[in-house]
Write a protein that binds this ligand. Sequence first.
Ligand code: GDP
Length: 706
Amino acid sequence: MSSASAKQKISQSGERMTALERVRNIGIMAHIDAGKTTLTERILYYTGVNYRIGEVHDGTATMDFMEQEQERGITIASAATTCFWQGCRINIIDTPGHVDFTAEVERALRVLDGAVAVFCAVGGVQPQSETVWRQAKKYGIPAVAFVNKMDRTGADFKAVVAQIRDRLDSNPVPLALPIGSEETFVGVIDIIGVRALIYDRDSLGSEYSERAIPLEYVEETTRARDYLIECLAETDDVILEAFLNEGHISDADLKGAIRRATVAGDIVPVVCGSAFKNKGVQLLLDAVADYLPSPMDIWDIHGHDPKTGERMSRHVGDAQPFAALAFKVGTDPFMGRLVYFRVYSGTASQGGKVLNPRTGKIERFGQLLQMHADRREQRDKIFSGDIAAAVGLKDVATGDTLCAVDAPILLASVSFPEPVVSMAIEPRTSADRDNLTEALSTLAIEDPTFRVRVDAETGQTIVSAMGELHLEILRDRLLRDFKVSANVGRPQVAYRERLKGIGEADVKFVRQFGGRGQYAHVVLRAERCEAGHGVRVESKVTSGAIPRDFLPNVEEGIREVAASGVLAGYPVMDVHVDIIGGSYHPQDSTELAFKVAASMAFKQAAEKAGIALMEPVMRLEVNTPEEHLGDVIGDISGRRGQVTEVASTAAAVSVRAYVPLGRIFGYATALRSLSRGRATFVAEPSHFDDVSETEQNDIVGHRTII
Ligand code: GDP
């Protein structure tokens, strides 16, 4: 099945080689350790991109090309790669499994059309799979599921299918069944082709023999096929008619219906195998080619006119004006800045002009590159549906639109979660000082969940990110990629402030500097809002009270205070501010005066409303042998955690809980000693919650010591 000729097909010059309906832009999403990297390697091997199978544990895996990833054995950056299967061009964006890097997942999902969700046949649906699944749902991305590791002790295909239904609130429909399990797992049954694929041990899985379905699996296969048809009949007229008339349903009709149902998000096709033991991967590739959407299935892309803000849409296809979304900005030691983007409509050529509607600037594509994990191939021209990288774009950040100069459109950007961990950082030597500032700002452009700010009171530089590991990786990158040494403080909880209720303030700012006076008068009301509201400012005044020209300054004053905090220097979340009154002086009113008056008024209003500190709460899942269960639960309670579920699986007991982030720093060490190294855990940011009054006083009292 592996074909060396596929390798040549990747080279493209001026002509489109794959029709748009044969393009698949997919992501592979999984809980860490579910086998995503191994699976990707196998896919590249069977599709002829790699000649050698790289193993994760020997550090040669193609997709994990950053040094830190090879050392840690985890996938961090989204690498993009291309391969071919059954006449389809499959562009794979590798998405990280570790939740500290959710931003990577989020931006990858934004530009994908479909996903492969990998589950471990033993571990099943784990918390991070839930997180990524929710994100995929948010973007409406159809998925096929691959139940991996069918060769492992404790593998249970049916249990994982049930978990996909219950925990992920989806409609999984098996298209494959395992033959044997654990060490007797020898192959898979193809429910649609009604055949058994039995794998030959010596060919690294590239060859298998097709046989009739073993007798003991006939009944199960029939049941699975009937179930598939019943599910499809619920939403598909072609199948419903054949089902009611008890007519024959051809494979082509069946595949067509599965595709429609998958693209609509009504079902999730499930196949299974063992990436490590080279089994079942071809059936997964067939499912990607047959059922996941092409860019044509999206048909219309939506955005706004950058000038008027009016909604607009555009068909996909090469004949349309160019529109693409930059979903990642990276720095390459040799090529400099690389902007990765997904083309939605139109084509672009090397050296061509492109507009960035955010900055209003026209830029020029330098080289255009097709990425193959650690290898790059130069392209003269790129087409709609492509995922490519460009050299030479100067002022482009993650989430920016790139579009034709004469047909501007602003596509919806990517939304990112709030960072939860901060630490102070300072240059080690004076030579590092200048470079540190520049390196940090480059990192912040590349990664929107990494933020840098200078604390107004202490003057320290504070960096915030999604978790301890995220901070550690960024510090490594400072040293390796930017050659900057830095001292860092202990990771701290990135608290937030929120209003307790409503507060109003009426502030007049009147000063006399030399001859000229300063006058501004602002009345506003600030009100606490639902989580996710953000900071919003609305003007309800007539221009007789505050002239329109000063409103941006009023908003700026409010936003500055909201960003730097009112109580203890932490950003204020979810507040709605109405500007309800004010007055001005024809000579003395200035932009500065309105900004100052507004910031004083917002501060006063917030203080009147009362301010509470909020802390990030983590969703924790611990897997422990039964004998340590009591200790694990006791310890979670000691950390102010709330246990929400205790469930037994074949191999262990899993405990789910919510725990304040501040209480699980260093949890890895504590859990290791509690369970003699046998329990494992994952924790991910869940939401923000109020801290208790006593703790709030403590935090406010100690806040200068970061
Ligand atoms: P990722 O974190 O999801 O990228 O997972 P990896 O591909 O790095 O795999 C994690 C570990 O599981 C590695 O040690 C793999 O060798 C192993 N692994 C992956 N797939 C399988 C499989 O199908 N069966 C078994 N037994 N082990 C597997």
